[in-house]
Design a protein around this ligand. Structure first.
Ligand code: ADP
Length: 653
């Protein structure tokens, strides 16, 4: 032992450094303890305390019979913020740790009595610190410290508080169990999800999981799990999905598509499905696809329902477009929403022009207010709409139509739409007009000869007692002429009725045309004012109804006299053209405007329809046309204004 060093400083050298605990240990009045002042301490105690104070590892020492305590800065935190520290320094073990003394005393004794050092890992030793009894975990070892005499000087505790490690472990376990629980919940959720979900692993697309819905769409059971997709669903061959999945696997890019149609076998039958499909690659390392998540929403029912609706809408449209009428649909307020193709063909307009109220522009100005009033009445009362009006067509002509509409009642019993049609009644309207005109003309035509006849009969009546009067024959002649006129008119009318009823019967025989012409013109020639010349093939004969053909020629010639009064010469030609006989009647009269020519053979048609200049019913040429057509021949007229007209017909030989 060096003697040149002051004893206290020599001993204190062992207690040098050691941070806060070093300071406290040095300052402590050890003389008050059983250990006595520092300079009385054994070498063994000094060395051990010095090791403790300098160590960065938590250390604690019980020394001597009373187990007086030492500890270092590293041990300090285990003492807590308040409480045991700094009282524990120099304190008797039993006084310091009453709460755990029963646990640790036996260990201390075991070590003191020369036993092996202890080793405890993560042992729970609750200690009183920070004003409460805390659960503290320790990994610690108690080891014997030999004193100068070879006996036990004390017990060195090297320890390590593992509370936070243990707590962390506990937390991890807790978290893991929670995780497992929530995973179980998640997998349950996925199994029962209404959306089809599955996981395909590796490039071979091994079915790792498939929830109930996916199995249902596939029409398979859980037996497919573990198989490759291609093996589980052989029907996918020839469909694009395996290739798409392979692309997703290699590119790592997700695939999403709406309403994909897929053929899948269900109960042995290939069925068409419509799916919203997601293939989401799952990569745990970038660039390496591990598996593909498949998410599919089954839209089959919705898509089929929509297809049915689309089909019936298409059928409606085709039906609407195929019928002759114009068809339209409005909303409950009468705004036009739909019109069929016929409407656009007729008006030459487009949807934008005639939608909503645009329709109004199509009415004839004279009909607009009347139609509107009626329409508004129907909209207000729900009564069916029916009215005749004129609409302008694409050529700018007004055409008579019959407009009809009926309300459509929706699910709630309210009118939601109006379905309407427009039927072209222009021809009927014109015909009606012609009929009206005809009746007035016919009455007028009949009235003239009947008036004359009445007058003649009145005269004869007055002269009945004097039959020798000179004018007697002249009056009878006049009465006869009037009667003949009435007869002719009635004959024409009867002819038309017969024609209308399809009752024109032909009485055919071989007829030499020139003879027929000569005979029928002899009556007309009798008037003496006109020259009627017949030219051409005088021997030509046809197989025809002589009376009917006579009627046609008489009509032609009479017209020439009536409508070409200035032309005193009428030329009749007979020609043979291949297998046809052609008879033409030519006058040098005023001619007929070319736009009128196509209508000459129509019923009731008269060039001067006001009828002021010449009397007539507009039936003669119509009847002639029917007669010739019945003979399989043709009828026509050529005319030039100022030069004259030629009326002709042909008959097969
Ligand atoms: P209508 O009984 O009125 O004479 P038609 O059918 O015989 O009827 O003739 C039709 C119309 O054709 C006549 O109204 C007349 O205007 C015209 N027409 C017929 N023949 C001639 C002609 N030779 N020259 C000019 N106009 C004619």
């Amino acid at each position: 032992m060096p003697t040149n060093i002051e004893p206290s400083s020599f001993y204190l050298k062992y207690l040098q450094d050691g941070g806060e605990m070093g300071k406290l240990t040095r300052a402590f009045d050890w003389s008050q303890t059983v250990l006595g002042p520092v300079d009385t301490w054994s070498q063994s105690l000094l060395t051990t305390v010095s090791i403790i104070l300098r160590s960065k590892f938590p250390m604690f020492l019980w020394w001597g019979t009373e187990l007086i305590q030492f500890y270092n800065d590293a041990y300090r935190p285990s003492m807590g913020k308040h409480g045991k520290h700094p009282k524990a320094l120099g304190q008797r073990g039993e006084d310091c740790w009453p709460e755990i003394w029963p646990i640790i005393k036996p260990l201390i004794d075991q070590v003191i009595s020369g036993g092996e050092a202890t080793w405890q890992e993560d042992a729970l030793i609750p200690i009183y610190r920070n004003d409460t009894l805390e659960d503290v975990y320790w990994t610690f070892s108690y080891s014997q410290v030999i004193d100068g005499h070879g006996g036990t000087g004390g017990v060195l505790v090297t320890c390590f508080e593992t509370t936070s490690k243990v707590n962390t472990q506990k937390n991890i376990i807790q978290t893991l169990s929670e995780l497992a629980e929530s995973e179980a919940r998640l997998s349950n959720l996925i199994t029962q999800a209404p959306v089809a979900i599955g996981l395909l692993k590796d490039r071979e697309l091994i079915i790792e999981t498939a929830n109930n819905k996916l199995l249902e769409i596939w029409g398979r059971t859980e037996e497919v799990i573990g198989k490759t997709l291609a093996a589980a669903l052989p029907e996918l061959e020839g469909q694009p999905f395996l290739q798409i999945l392979d692309d997703v696997y290699t590119t790592g890019k997700a695939y999403y598509n709406y309403e994909v149609s897929a053929m899948l076998e269900n109960d042995g039958v290939l069925k068409k499905y419509y799916l919203d499909l997601l293939y989401q690659p799952i990569q745990y390392e970038p660039g390496r696809t591990d598996s593909i998540l498949v998410v599919a929403t089954d839209l089959t029912k919705q898509v089929q329902a929509r297809h049915t609706i689309e089909e019936s809408a298409l059928q409606f449209q085709q039906l609407a477009d195929s019928i002759i009428q114009m068809v339209w649909v409005t909303d409950a307020k009468g705004m036009h929403e739909y019109s069929n193709k016929r409407w656009y063909d007729f008006t030459g307009s487009d949807f934008e022009t005639t939608k909503g109220e645009g329709w109004n522009q199509m009415f004839h100005p004279d009909d607009r207010a009347r139609a509107r009033e009626k329409w508004e009445h129907s909209l207000k009362t729900g009564e069916p709409y029916e009215i005749e009006y004129r609409l302008i067509n694409k050529n700018g002509d007004y055409v008579w139509v019959l407009g009809r509409a009926a309300p459509f009642y929706g699910a709630e019993g309210k009118i939601t739409k109006w379905f309407g049609t427009c039927t072209d009644i222009n021809d009927q309207k014109i015909l009606m007009q012609q009929k009206d005109d005809f009746i007035s003309i016919a009455s007028h035509e009949l009235k003239t000869p009947i008036t004359t006849l009445t007058a003649s009969i009145q005269i004869l009546n007055r002269m009945k007692d004097n039959p020798s009067a000179k004018i007697f024959p002249a009056v009878i002649e006049k009465a006869n002429k009037s009667l003949e006129k009435v007869n002719l008119l009635i004959k024409d009318l009867l002819n038309v009725t017969q024609l209308n009823n399809g009752q024109l019967h032909l009485n055919k025989s071989q007829v030499i045309l020139s003879e027929l012409i000569a005979e029928c013109c002899s009556n007309i020639r009798a008037e003496g004012i006109y020259t009627i010349r017949t030219d051409g093939d005088m021997g030509l004969s046809v197989y025809a109804d002589a009376l009917r053909i006579d009627q046609v020629i008489v009509n032609f010639v009479n017209n020439a006299i009536k409508y070409a009064p200035t032309s005193k010469e009428i030329l009749i030609t007979i020609e043979k053209i291949t297998d046809w006989a052609k008879v033409s009647v030519t006058d040098k009269g005023p001619g007929i405007p070319s736009h009128q020519i196509p209508h000459l053979f129509e019923r009731y048609f008269r060039v001067d329809s006001s009828g002021s200049q010449y009397s007539g019913l507009g039936l003669g040429l119509y009847i002639s046309g029917e007669i010739i057509r019945k003979h399989q021949g043709e009828i026509g007229a050529d005319s030039e204004i100022g030069k004259g007209s030629t009326f002709w017909f042909t008959l097969p030989i």
